[in-house]
Unconditional design. Structure first.
Ligand SMILES: Cc1ncc(C[n+]2csc(CCOP(=O)(O)OP(=O)(O)O)c2C)c(N)n1
Length: 640
């Protein structure tokens, strides 16, 4: 097709094969169009903005130079992959990002052959890329493994475990370190300082310098000729980099927005590398969009926004978020108790600990994307008499499970786990759902597990956790706004393992854990109206269970329903086990457990997700009616 100046180049590029037909001189224009397209799309959908804008040129250059999809390109986290999606056959759906039935906000294998590996949790890309590279090597087929990993993601232990193992992939492994000197918040720690020193001590490589440096990868004679100058240049810089010590050939730093630099460097690495290569690319988060450049943290993830002004659609207001209620409650506890401290793994604003940090900078620790370290660090603090609160999203705490078991629970150390984003989370989808924490925590000896039914309960639970010195304790609460209930002026210390009866009936008992309580109460109204007087208990504790309350409700009601915002193995499993252990199920008791279904639910609005999961009032009512029909008309009908 002939391209007139009026035709946007992007309209001629559906896949990387089309991109590779362009002249290098056309790539600048293409990148500019790609950037505009991404801004327009995210303006309509909301989502991750700053990270994608920072890699527009890098995305263009990688697909231009490498033979994707045969070269396997793995984006770390995957939140920066929107430009990649536009260039790999998904432009027509880019305005469905993160909407129900639309494109995922992360890379996803089922979405495209250009997404060889799904992600959303950070720091997995180098390991996966090594896997692709080694598999291709063993199969004797071409194809490299290319990992693009941010400086924030580079703070996690897993990245080092992978780099330590990179040798086996040989020159089939290319790691591109996308250094924008930002995580979601400013990056922390020694590695970040090290990268900053690397960048500031070395000017961006000029093309001549690059050629000199890359000549070390060339065949012998040329290499010898260039060696002297190369050594001289290296001597002027810092000496061996950390990455060189780990066996990588380090190239950089280079300007990640300059296609004239990116293209030859990537071509050289593609053609001439003898072993694993790490290309250190410096980019700017939010590049090319004023509002996002000016506030990289606020534009990491955005609501829908006005492209001209940058103004984001304001959320409807209403009750405070659970996150904010927790943060304020913790600040109040810390004012009373100087041993309380707070730990976040690179999520100060997401967890609300930025507010705690303002009040108590010395007692706040952002450890970077390092959940495992966060937990064991908290264990050490607790063992030395501090009262640490580890505030980690349910989904990210999964990564620190052995630390929870081995370093905290076995030693019975009083680490407090504040588990945000419990339950379904909406647009971030299955990778971010907080589905498993009750299952994986309530199975541990010594552990106490609470779930807040509303934001007033969250205040009580924060207080209860602060005072609980005899072992580990966790409390979970969802994403989003509270119910609007009045917050307590003075928090209560809850009795460990005691629930509360919220409403008393006689025929049906609903045992609720967490914020499904509101749906349980709605269902109770509807059941009452059908002549089925219904009790509702807020159990508060998945562990230890309130045996006395549960026993009493089982003994006095015909149908018992458990409901929770978690997968199988949580409250329902514990109640059933207790009931059978005590012989309470031998009596013809009708007990049903409502929980998340045994599938990974895709991104959708949280309300729709709970509807799909079958955890709303109507489902409770239906479940009760089925159980009663089961009793009167037999099993087959109940299943129908
Ligand atoms: C294990 C894990 N912890 C926390 C997060 C939340 N998270 C998403 S992106 C991000 C920052 C990543 O920073 P960086 O790798 O530098 O990429 P950038 O967004 O700057 O491009 C964090 C902390 C995550 N995805 N995975």
């Amino acid at each position: 097709m002939s391209v007139t100046p009026a035709t946007p180049l992007l309209d001629t590029v559906d896949t990387p094969a089309d991109l590779r037909k362009l002249q290098p001189s056309q790539l600048r224009q293409l990148a500019d169009e790609l950037r505009s397209e991404m801004i327009a799309a995210v303006g309509q959908t909301g989502g991750h903005l700053g990270s994608g804008l920072g890699v527009v040129e890098l995305t263009t250059a990688i697909h231009y130079v490498f033979n994707t999809p045969d070269d396997r390109l793995v984006w770390d986290v995957g939140h920066q992959a929107y430009p990649h999606k536009i260039l790999t056959g998904r432009r027509d759906r880019i305005r469905t990002l993160r909407q129900g039935g639309g494109l995922s906000g992360f890379t996803k294998r089922s979405e495209s052959e250009y997404d060889p590996f799904g992600a959303a949790h950070s720091s997995t890309s180098i390991s996966a890329a090594i896997g692709f590279a080694v598999a291709n090597k063993l199969a004797g087929q071409p194809g490299k493994g290319i990992a693009v990993i941010g400086d924030g993601a580079m703070s996690a232990g897993m990245a080092y475990e992978a780099m330590n193992n990179a040798g086996q992939a040989g020159n089939r492994l290319v790691v591109i370190l996308n250094d924008n000197d930002m995580s979601i918040a400013p990056p922390v720690g020694g590695l970040s300082a090290y990268l900053a020193r690397l960048v500031s001590s070395r000017p961006f490589l000029e093309l001549r310098g690059l050629a000199r440096k890359l000549s070390r990868r060339l065949p012998r004679p040329l290499h010898q000729a260039a060696k002297k100058t190369d050594e001289f240049a290296r001597g002027l810089a810092m000496g061996g980099t950390l990455f060189e010590e780990l066996g990588f050939y380090y190239v950089g730093p280079i300007d990640g927005h300059n296609l004239d630099q990116l293209i030859p460097v990537l071509e050289n690495v593609r053609d001439a590398a003898e072993g694993p290569c790490l290309i250190h690319v410096v980019t700017q988060k939010g590049k090319g969009y004023g509002p996002a450049e000016a506030a990289a943290d606020k534009y990491h993830g955005v609501q829908k926004f006005d492209v001209i002004t940058g103004e984001q659609v304001k959320s409807a207001g209403g009750p405070p978020s659970y996150t904010n209620v927790f943060a304020q409650a913790l600040v109040a506890e810390a004012q009373r108790d100087g041993t309380i401290c707070a730990i976040t793994a690179a999520m100060p604003s997401g967890t609300g600990l930025d507010k705690f940090q303002k009040a108590f900078p010395d007692r706040t620790f952002d450890v970077g994307i390092a959940e495992q370290h966060a937990v064991t660090f908290a264990a050490g603090l607790a063992a030395q008499g501090m009262r640490p609160f580890c505030a980690i999203y349910s989904t990210f705490l999964q990564r620190a499970y052995d630390q929870v078991v081995h370093d905290v629970a076995i030693q019975n150390l009083p680490v407090r786990f504040a588990i945000d984003r419990a339950g379904l989370v909406g647009a971030d989808g299955a990778t971010h759902a907080g589905s498993f924490d009750v299952t994986y925590l309530a199975s541990l000896p010594n552990m106490v597990v609470m779930a807040a039914a509303d934001e007033a309960e969250l205040v009580h639970m924060t207080h209860t956790a602060a005072l609980h010195d005899t072992g580990p304790i966790a409390f979970r609460y969802p994403r989003g706004n509270g119910t609007g209930v009045a917050l307590p002026e003075v928090p209560q210390r809850l009795e460990i393992g005691k629930g509360r009866l919220v409403r008393e009936g006689s025929k049906v008992a609903i045992l609720s854990l967490g914020t499904r309580l509101a749906e349980a109460l709605k269902a109770a109204d509807q059941l009452d109206a059908r002549g089925l007087p219904t009790s509702v208990a807020d159990l508060r504790f998945a562990k230890p269970l309130d045996h006395e309350l549960i026993r009493r409700l089982i003994a006095t009601h015909e149908v018992v329903i458990t409901i929770e915002e978690g997968a199988i193995g949580g409250l329902g499993a514990h109640v059933l086990t207790m009931a059978s252990d005590e012989g309470l199920t031998d009596t013809g008791l009708k007990i049903r457990t409502l929980r998340l279904p045994d599938v990974f639910q895709d991104h959708e609005s949280p309300d729709r997700q709970y509807e799909e999961a079958g955890l709303n009032a109507a489902h409770i009512v239906e479940s009760v009616l089925k159980a009663l029909r089961h009793n009167s008309a037999g099993y087959q009908e109940a299943r129908a």
